[in-house]
Write a protein that binds this ligand. Structure first.
Ligand code: NAI
Length: 351
């Protein structure tokens, strides 16, 4: 079988840091093993014509959210042998799931592999915004000592209201990590947690729109689906509390690009952070790079070195099962048997 992995370019770090498994040069650390099983492994960073030249002969395609190969319906049609689409990470929106289901292609991702990594990033970015860290850091770099300027936008997180949109694996870990900060946490998810889980996390269930309107900090943690694309539009963004903060580590397209720029430039929100963009890699002139009061990073939260180890192990497990004609771990399955079966996605596809 021919396995094509589309991964980010690691550059010089790929040789200096062998643990950087998620880059094309290091091919998830799987090349030798795949070849020892009698299969071919191609790993590339070219998400355009280079990728398309492989599609007619690809059996298994591995993509990563950090450097997404957007596998559209047209590209699926270019790949007659394709039987398995794997995400090295979590979040499989870069694949056209409906088109994959129609072709009976299995889609799986490495559920849980980087949820701690992302939750830590969310907490870091909430504190970065609320404490006004980035301007304070630049004050140091630029040789200044203007305490008034930076303190005028610096707050305690304690006693602020935090709204978590999507209380799955990441959302719950964000709530758990924020609890010692003595915040007031609410959440929305179409699947409500048990009373015991809510008590343990110190999180109150709420309807989405009232929660977004009332929160000082909102963290977006649900997947990108046809139901959530563009969900944070101009109206919802302006309905947020004046001076609130928004952190999005889910997917860039959940927030409307131009509406966010307008809201940030108006000063309605005090800060925006996250690590997800559309498209990725974000072009040098992407409007979010220069909007005021943001603390964004490139898409790195879910690809710490520890996360790379976990999702590389998970991909190997999926390949082992597939080569042996055995079922892939149920928790990993997004599309199977012609249906979108993952509980986090099925809602939007299967009704
Ligand atoms: P999860 O599947 O454990 O949780 C997602 C939650 O969202 C579920 O509880 C589900 O019921 C809820 N949900 C789905 N659609 C909804 C809707 N329309 N309304 C309300 N709730 C809805 O997923 P996990 O692991 O927490 O990841 C969440 C998302 O975070 C991923 O889908 C991915 O897009 C993103 N992610 C980003 C990473 C990064 O590096 N920035 C890394 C890992 C995930």
């Amino acid at each position: 079988m021919k396995i094509v992995a589309v991964l980010y370019p690691g550059g010089p770090a790929s040789a200096e840091t062998p643990e950087l498994l998620g880059c094309a040069e290091n091919a998830l650390g799987l090349r030798q093993w795949v070849e020892s099983q009698g299969h071919e492994m191609v790993s590339i960073s070219d998400t355009g014509s280079g990728l398309e030249s492989h599609l007619p002969t690809t059996d298994i395609l591995i993509a990563t959210p950090f450097w997404p190969a957007y596998i559209t319906r047209e590209r699926i049609e270019m790949a007659p042998n394709l039987r398995l689409l794997l995400t090295a990470g979590v979040g499989s929106d870069h694949f056209d799931l409906a088109a994959a289901a129609e072709r009976n292609i299995t889609v799986a991702e490495i559920t849980g592999s980087n949820v701690v990594s992302v939750a830590e990033h969310v907490v870091m970015q909430i504190l970065t915004l609320v404490r006004n860290y980035i301007p304070s850091y630049f004050e140091v770099i630029e040789g200044g000592w203007d305490i008034g300027k930076v303190a005028a936008r610096s707050h305690d997180l304690e006693d602020k209201s935090v709204g978590i949109v999507g209380m799955g694996r990441i959302g719950q870990r964000v709530a758990a990590r924020l609890k010692p900060f003595d915040v007031r946490t609410s959440y929305f998810d179409y699947r409500r947690l048990s009373t015991t889980e809510e008590q343990t996390l110190g999180a109150r269930y709420s309807q989405l729109v009232p929660m977004v309107r009332e929160s000082d900090v909102v963290s977006i943690n649900f997947p990108l689906t046809p139901a959530t694309q563009g969900f944070f539009d101009r109206e919802l963004l302006y309905s947020m509390k004046k001076g609130a903060y928004l952190v999005n580590t889910a997917r860039g397209r959940i927030v409307q690009t131009d509406a966010l720029v307008e809201v940030m430039e108006s000063g309605h929100l005090a800060g925006y952070a996250g690590d997800v963009w559309y498209p990725q890699p974000a072009p040098a002139d992407h409007a979010w790079r220069k909007m005021p009061n943001h603390a964004m990073t490139p898409h790195v939260s879910g690809t710490s070195l520890e996360a790379q180890r976990r999702y590389s192990d998970g991909i190997r497990g999926c390949l082992e099962s597939f080569f042996a004609d055995e079922p892939i771990d149920r928790d990993y399955i997004i599309v199977e048997g012609g249906r979108v079966t993952s509980p986090s996605y099925a809602y939007a596809y299967e009704g």
